[in-house]
Design a protein around this ligand. Structure first.
Ligand code: AMP
Ligand code: ZN
Length: 139
């Protein structure tokens, strides 16, 4: 538990939230600034800053909660689709340093567009080199 972490304050009940789901280890509540209405955050009660620091078993259990919320959004809101977003580090847009998944209901008519500008590799060799660098640190 971190004293000045916003999401730890929500876990403690010091800051209110629109609760969607809770169990022994996790809490889900509406994002205060939704990309689409119904946009929900899933957090562990325990404080971990981001994905690399979070124990793998906790992360595995967290994915079950993410799946549960996604299913509930599909059923309750009649969503046509779901985006799952998880930011790590300022460069990736993480503003709150308590690991969380964004579960965002999507509708064919919602008008939202991700600014996803696909780039390309200079050569097949550069692409393979990138794969090799990451692969070497996978185990
Ligand atoms: P991220 O940029 O991935 O760290 O996302 C942090 C999210 O927390 C943002 O989408 C904010 O809108 C959301 N947020 C900030 N304060 C609150 C709050 N008090 N209750 C609910 N969501 C919040
Ligand atoms: Zn925290």
């Amino acid at each position: 538990m971190s004293t000045d972490c916003l999401f730890c304050k929500i876990v403690r009940g010091d800051i209110p939230c629109a609760k969607v789901y809770e169990d022994e280890n996790f809490l889900a509540f509406l994002d205060i600034g939704p990309i689409i209405k119904g946009h929900t955050l899933v957090i562990p009660r325990e404080h971990y800053a981001s994905l690399p620091e979070t124990p793998a078993p906790l992360l595995a259990d967290m994915m079950s909660v993410v799946q549960r919320i996604a299913g509930a959004q599909m059923n309750a809101l009649k969503a046509d689709g779901i985006n799952i977003v998880q930011n790590n580090g300022r460069a990736a847009g993480q503003l709150v340093d308590h690991i969380h998944f964004h579960i965002i209901p999507r509708f064919t008519t919602d008008g939202h567009k991700w600014n996803w500008a696909a780039k390309s590799y200079d050569s097949p060799a550069e692409m393979q080199s990138m794969a090799d660098q990451i692969s070497a640190r996978c185990s």
